[in-house]
Ligand binder design. Structure first.
Ligand code: FES
Ligand code: MG
Length: 579
């Protein structure tokens, strides 16, 4: 974007100047306390204060390189004449947090928004990457609407076990199924455990982390190419420093999220999600992120864009390769250039240039990874939206990660009322289940579970695994990991815990799945469903206090993004009084 000199901010217009410049008692306090921390006026007067919002902690397995990256970001901020301040915010470890990291996405978003609002901050560098940290940071920064740039953690190195390349998540499920089938001895299973996660960085399949960081870059919030750089590559440190430098300039140009996050940018993000074979989680997050920008994204928009977008990234779980291959193949800029005819290329990005300018000339280095015309993994995008009497408000499936024979299938339901029941019962020898059955899990939704844990790749009974069955139709109101695969229908809305029709399914009911027709149908008459509804008893409320109670009260359904109702865009929150 070409900004004229006159539209640039002057030092006295900095937001932080409200704290530090006045000749009054409060400002005396602010200045004397900066001095207490060892800062002189030369450190901060007339300089943009850039917050580095760092989602690091000792249990944040994907962010272990952040202390070094923060130093590199600080270097860039100082070089560009800014004043860096590190503000730690909640980390969301996908691996360790229960019931799920998703449960805390909105809390991180609130923490980000309020930290930016209450402190003397002019702009921010958002540092995240593990799954829900990306939407959490961006949702909060969008609501605060201060100039900001996103530094993605970058994917970890490819896994390795006895010379076999291992992909995060995807190969855990795969080898677990082999172990359950009796095909993998314990010593080999331990070998997989040792080799599957061998460096800092996020999951290196096209899981939720890589999907969301690619989306952040597409939305124009990261420097071009940033999201594909492996976490331990020296280019990652250089990108961090460059992001710091750029953050300072963003403040002078007053380039805020509200100037980047237009409807066209979200269309681009959805298109890229489809073209990379992105995680189903992206749908929930994009709806929530757009909601913060005042844009409503109906599920149908995902399906419309999916239908015209081929999958061109040959990455697991839909394809074969891993994120470091993607980077070496040209990374996201090459992919964006490959599908530029499907994008709004005139949207502005965080470096001040348009998306089209950023990716012009970006070459595909390896056409096995970013595939040319005629070699697409699928003609339509990675995710389809289904509807029917079972899910009047929609549900989601990733057909590229499913066995094609199951995409049109009718079978009898085997219903589990909740996850405990599923865990106890799935391997019960007396369970009336065959490869044609449809496994159903209820109480996995935003309120029911709560927070839609990644249970949606429901386990296949060991008895069937031993017979060589590796995929079945499975339906839940939960989510699944972006690294998962199988014929899994997810995010059923309304969820069972609020009495959606999904709550009424019983073992033995016939369920019809027809992915091409975008249809999911429960073959039970309306009359019978009305009888069942009159007998339905809502599950007891489990939480009376604290965040859990707030969550249960305020969270929206999957098709609405699972944000809290009171956090949707509306009238802007005024700047805090500074007395
Ligand atoms: Fe952090 Fe997968 S566990 S990205
Ligand atoms: Mg995940």
């Amino acid at each position: 974007m070409s900004q004229t000199k006159s539209s640039r901010k002057t030092p006295d217009q900095l937001r932080s100047a409200r704290w530090f410049a006045p000749d009054d008692l409060r400002s005396f306090g602010h200045r004397s306390r900066l001095k207490q921390m060892g800062f002189s006026e030369a450190d901060y007067v007339g300089k943009p204060v850039i917050a580095i919002l760092n989602t690091w902690n000792d249990l944040s397995q994907c962010h272990t390189h952040f202390p070094e990256r923060v130093e590199q970001i600080k270097r860039g901020i100082l070089q560009a004449g800014g004043f860096p301040v590190e503000i730690p915010v909640m980390s969301l470890s996908e691996m360790f947090m229960k019931p799920s990291a998703m449960y805390y996405r909105n809390l991180l978003a609130m923490e980000v928004e309020e930290n930016l609002r209450c402190h003397p901050i002019d702009g921010a560098v958002l540092v995240g990457g593990c799954d829900k940290t990306t939407p959490g940071l961006i949702m909060g920064a969008t609501s605060a609407d201060l100039p900001c740039i996103y530094v993605p953690a970058g994917p970890m190195l490819a896994g390795n076990w006895k010379g076999t390349r291992l992909g995060s998540g995807t190969d855990s499920w795969k080898y677990w199924a082999e172990k359950c089938a009796g095909n993998l001895p314990d010593c080999d299973w331990r070998g997989v455990e040792e080799g599957i996660a061998r460096s800092p960085g996020t999951c290196m399949t096209m899981g939720t982390a890589s999907t969301m960081t690619a989306i952040a870059e597409t939305l124009g919030l990261s420097l071009p190419g940033a999201s594909s750089i492996p976490a331990v590559h020296s280019a990652h440190g250089r990108m961090a420093a460059e992001s710091g430098r750029r953050a300072v300039e963003l403040v002078w140009q007053d380039l805020r999220p509200s100037k980047l996050l237009a409807r066209e940018a979200f269309d681009n993000a959805i298109t890229v999600d489809m073209a990379i074979g992105g995680s189903t989680n992206a749908i929930v997050h994009l709806i929530a992120m757009a909601g913060r920008a005042g844009i409503k994204l109906p599920l149908e928009r995902f399906d419309e864009l999916s239908q015209r977008t081929p999958v061109v990234a040959n990455l697991r779980p839909s394809g074969e390769y891993l994120m470091e291959d993607f980077y070496d193949a040209g990374g996201l800029p090459a992919l964006l250039n490959r599908i530029r005819h499907l994008l709004h290329t005139d949207v502005i990005t965080v470096n001040g240039r348009t998306l089209g300018e950023n990716v012009a000339g970006a070459e595909i280095i390896n056409s096995k990874v970013i595939v040319p015309e005629g070699k697409e993994l699928s003609q339509a995008g990675a995710t389809f939206i289904l509807r029917g009497n079972l899910a009047p408000d929609g549900c989601v499936i990733k057909p590229t990660a499913a066995e094609p024979r199951l995409l049109k299938h009718t079978g009898p339901a085997v219903v589990f009322e909740n996850y405990e029941e599923l865990k106890k019962g799935i391997d019960d020898e007396s369970l009336p289940i065959t490869a044609d059955s449809v496994i159903v899990l209820k109480c996995g939704g935003p309120i029911g579970a709560p927070s839609m844990p990644e249970w949606g790749m429901l386990p296949i009974p060991k008895r069937l695994l031993k017979q060589g069955i590796r995929d079945m139709v499975r339906i839940s109101d939960a989510r699944m990991s972006g690294t998962s695969y199988g014929t899994c229908v997810l995010h059923v809305a309304p969820e069972s815990a609020v009495g959606g029709p999904f709550a009424l399914v019983r073992t033995g009911d016939l369920i019809e799945l027809d992915v091409q027709a975008r249809r999911i149908h429960l073959h039970v008459s309306d009359e019978e469903l009305a009888v069942r509804r009159s007998q339905w008893i809502a599950p007891e409320r489990r939480y009376e206090r604290g965040y859990a109670a707030l969550f249960a009260h305020e969270v929206t359904q999957a098709n609405e993004g699972c944000d809290f109702r009171f956090l949707h865009a509306g009238k802007a929150t005024p700047e805090p009084d500074i007395y």
